[in-house]
Design a protein around this ligand. Structure first.
Ligand SMILES: *Cc1c(COP(=O)(O)O)cnc(C)c1O
Length: 222
């Protein structure tokens, strides 16, 4: 699409967002020129779902971009993004969290992470079930990982027209966030992120406390 339209769309979306909601422009499948057009309109948070693409765009584009990793992350790819990634949204196993910690230590930094929670009906989506997430946190081993920080949760609702179901899924995620926050992160100000909502469902996600929305097609496609 014409790149000046990208800037217009970003500005129009921003105008609809309540204060405190961060817009992440999901630039996967789109060229660096499209990212640059969004950047020129003031956008700084971008999301990618493949480690190779994230690394290539990081190298090609301005260094004050905050790069969010939002896709399924294989443990053998963590090393490529560890030095610069702003936030990993898609921690879906304790094993992956340990590898991020290891690569964070090598890179000499603490890497901010979100726990991906499986709330959708679809079987194909990755993530901890709410039960697995609570169990992992209760076990407490993660507290010894000095090169990661847990900043909240990420989730995706079912891809459906059933609004009642979408509301219920996002409400469930918010409830889980509140429960975890109270139990394990009460005095940790950094645990404050609910990354929920995509192009089609972000208004509903925001109603249920989403702080970070991840929009791709509505920004970058006609
Ligand atoms: C692709 C993707 C998005 C953006 O989806 P759109 O429907 O294009 O807004 C958001 N989150 C994740 C995890 C994605 O993979």
């Amino acid at each position: 699409m014409r790149h000046n339209r990208i800037g217009e769309k970003i500005k129009a979306i921003r105008a609809t967002l309540p204060q405190g909601v961060t817009l992440i422009a999901v630039s996967k499948y789109h060229p660096t020129e499209a990212v640059q057009a969004a950047y020129d309109a003031g956008q700084r948070d971008f999301g990618e779902s493949k480690a190779q693409d994230l690394t290539a765009k990081y190298e090609a584009l301005p260094k004050d971009i905050k790069w969010h990793f939002i896709g399924h992350l294989q443990t053998n790819k963590v090393k490529y993004i560890a030095p610069f990634v702003h936030l990993i949204h898609s921690i879906d196993s304790y094993k992956l969290l340990c590898e991020v910690n290891r690569q964070g230590a090598k890179a000499g930094r603490k890497i901010p992470c979100l726990l991906q929670i499986h709330i959708a009906q679809e079987e194909t989506k990755f993530g901890f079930t709410p039960g697995e997430c609570k169990e992992m946190l209760a076990q407490g081993l993660w507290r010894e990982l000095e090169n990661i920080e847990l900043h909240g949760i990420m989730c995706m609702a079912s891809n459906t027209d059933n609004l009642v179901q979408i509301h219920a899924e996002f409400a469930g995620a918010q409830q889980l966030f509140n429960e975890i926050k109270e139990k394990h992160f009460q005095s940790d100000e950094k645990f404050c992120i609910i990354s929920a909502g995509m192009s089609d469902d972000h208004p509903i996600a925001i109603e249920h406390g989403s702080t970070h929305i991840r929009l791709g097609s509505t920004i970058f496609c006609e």
